[in-house]
Design a protein around this ligand. Structure first.
Ligand code: NAD
Length: 554
């Protein structure tokens, strides 16, 4: 890979356009924002988050995308194939300005080995979820989901919050870095094991984590005191998860909650094997990739075994969406799937209402625009106490990375209402510039991922991926600003297909029409997908809100 050629890309702020319209300008700024050093994990390699989830295939592709967006007319559409701009066609104004397909392989070839071969030849890149689709907003993007997941875990274990409990987790990367703050927002204590000191320091700088410890004894002492006092505390512990989890078992220490968010989905580039330093691991990765993968998989199996041991001793253990159970199962840990996935355990009821990680970013770059949209959310949904608590906490505790942005789980009907209200504020000049509205691919109606979002579906349709494809198609027809279809996000090659959408609120009537359609079709896909699978909550929402489903199960 070409070394860092653009160390400090930063999206332009303000109202001066370098493109021929706000939609193209929004795509340009969000691509650049994904690579802002405040936002991306390894911007020099174009890596945004999630192992090696990239924003563009290589630097020539990045520069060409920028140039093409700047010359793109408002009735043209740019096509991106795995991070490379491959064509521009005349379409029409209501069509998306950009269509992206990332890392999609024919199923029989959908393996990491085949992907790596294509990547080596410069024919593909890994787009993760929001990296290759230009709507990553930093660690905040997963924060509310992580916060809600821990809140649900506490509730299901009969507690009002995580107060007085210890959580053990690992991985302080782009997404995993949300865990310490999510736990302390729920009043708990967390030890988050991370092998790379720079990642811990980044979470300290952005106030996601309170303290760093370089030794387990020190971390345990701090954790014990805080648990006893019922005081929230997050500790980033420098170490290897496989080794530290085993040490908990050996010392007979059973945390209340255990999970993991290392990049286990990618055994070659995402997970550091036990028994070697970070530097040794990086060397082994290039010198002997096959040996590296073998050692990483063995370590993951050991880590999952330790998680199962802690589960047997009474800890609440859940998988956090990185496919580590599958690796352990393949390595012979037969009961790996005794650990429940977080979606069936905590999130699916929200998906049934069309709820998911809705987000928006202020193209002005002015934090005041986000403060005003926070107030708007409070005004629009006065009876939603949980939402109010979230917006208040986020306003106080979240440090923005890159363009100011907000995440907020909203459902069917709510997204359209908020989107239109934001558009009206742009039109009236209350907000200084347009707002980009999008979401994670980890959403209610946009993903097929049998070890994560669609694990244990009621009707057994876990692996049916038509839904993700239909999501991309209907959002394209509805007039989203850019639409993406990806493979392998979250859980790695062969394990998922998912779609993304972004729609720009630039204050015009045309934008209002796009928002009205897209913010209905998109969460609507979640309702029909879950109603079709027989979830009564989704059927109920469909009936109450008038979502037309021709063969609704009775
Ligand atoms: P990332 O690659 O930015 O970070 C992973 C971190 O794990 C790195 O900091 C790395 O140093 C650390 N790590 C790797 N091996 C380790 C080990 N053995 N011990 C300790 N630390 C180790 O990835 P990310 O964006 O934080 O995502 C993490 C995982 O979570 C990915 O598999 C991703 O697909 C998945 N994910 C989950 C959700 C969710 O909602 N649960 C959402 C997005 C992504």
């Amino acid at each position: 890979m070409t070394p860092n050629q653009n160390p400090s890309i930063r999206a332009p702020r303000g109202t001066q356009l370098s493109c021929k319209g706000w939609v193209q300008e929004a795509a340009l700024r969000m691509l650049m924002n994904n690579l802002d050093p405040e936002v991306a994990e390894r911007p020099g390699d174009l890596v945004v988050y999630g192992g090696k989830g990239k924003a563009a295939r290589d630097w020539p592709s990045f520069h060409t995308i920028v140039r093409e967006l700047q010359r793109l007319e408002s009735d043209e559409t740019l096509l991106i194939q795995s991070g490379k701009p491959v064509g521009v066609f005349r379409t029409h104004e209501r069509a998306p300005r950009v269509l992206l397909s990332n890392s999609v392989l024919v199923p029989k070839w959908a393996t990491w080995d085949h992907f790596h071969e294509l990547e080596r030849q410069g024919l593909m890149m890994y787009g993760q979820m929001t990296a290759g689709s230009w709507i990553y907003i930093g660690t905040q993007g997963i924060l509310q989901g992580t916060y809600e997941t821990f809140a649900a875990a506490a509730r299901q274990s009969g507690r009002a919050s995580l107060k007085g409990t210890l959580t053990l987790t690992a991985g302080l990367g782009g997404m995993g870095g949300a865990q310490p703050l999510a736990v302390t927002m729920n009043e708990g204590v967390v030890i988050a094991v991370e092998v790379d000191p720079a990642r811990i320091d980044k979470r300290l700088q952005t106030r996601y984590c309170d303290v760093r410890c370089d030794a387990l004894d020190e971390a345990l002492k701090l954790a014990e005191e805080a648990v006893k006092e019922g005081r929230p505390l997050s500790i980033g512990l420098l170490g290897n998860a496989a080794e530290v989890y085993r040490a908990f078992v050996q010392r007979g220490i059973t945390p209340d909650f255990v999970t993991d968010q290392t990049s286990a989905h990618d055994p070659l580039s995402g997970y550091i094997p036990a028994g070697c330093t970070l530097e040794e691991a990086l060397k082994l990765r290039t010198d002997d990739p096959a040996m590296y993968v073998e050692r990483a998989k063995e370590s993951m199996a050991g880590q999952v075994q330790a998680m199962l041991d802690l589960q047997r001793r009474g800890a609440v253990v859940f998988d956090y969406g990185n496919n580590i159970r599958q690796v352990a199962l393949d390595q012979g840990v037969g009961d790996a799937f005794q650990i429940p996935g977080f979606v069936p355990a905590y999130i699916r009821p929200l998906f049934c209402e069309g709820k998911g990680p809705f987000r928006w970013a202020a193209l002005s770059g002015d934090p005041d625009d986000i403060r005003k949209t926070d107030e708007l959310v409070l005004r629009l949904f006065p009876d939603n106490a949980e939402l109010h608590r979230w917006i208040r906490l986020a306003g106080e505790r979240v440090a923005f990375q890159g363009l100011p942005a907000r995440i907020c789980w909203l459902g069917y009907g709510e997204r359209e209402k908020l989107g239109l209200a934001i558009n009206a504020m742009v039109r009236s000049g209350e907000l200084k510039a347009p707002i980009v509205i999008g979401r994670d691919h980890l959403d209610c109606g946009s993903v097929a991922s049998p070890n994560r979002e669609t694990e244990a579906m009621r009707d057994g349709s876990d692996a049916v991926a038509d839904w993700a494809v239909l999501n991309a198609l209907i959002n394209t027809a509805a007039g989203a600003s850019w639409v993406s279809l990806h493979h392998g996000g979250g859980v790695g090659m062969g394990y998922s297909l998912h779609a993304g959408m972004v729609v720009v609120a630039d204050g015009t009537e045309a934008a209002a029409e796009r928002l009205r359609c897209v913010l209905t079709t998109d969460p609507g896909m979640g309702i029909i997908r879950h109603a079709d699978a027989g979830y009564p909550e989704a059927v109920d929402v469909a009936q109450r809100k008038g979502v037309r489903i021709p063969m609704l199960p009775i």
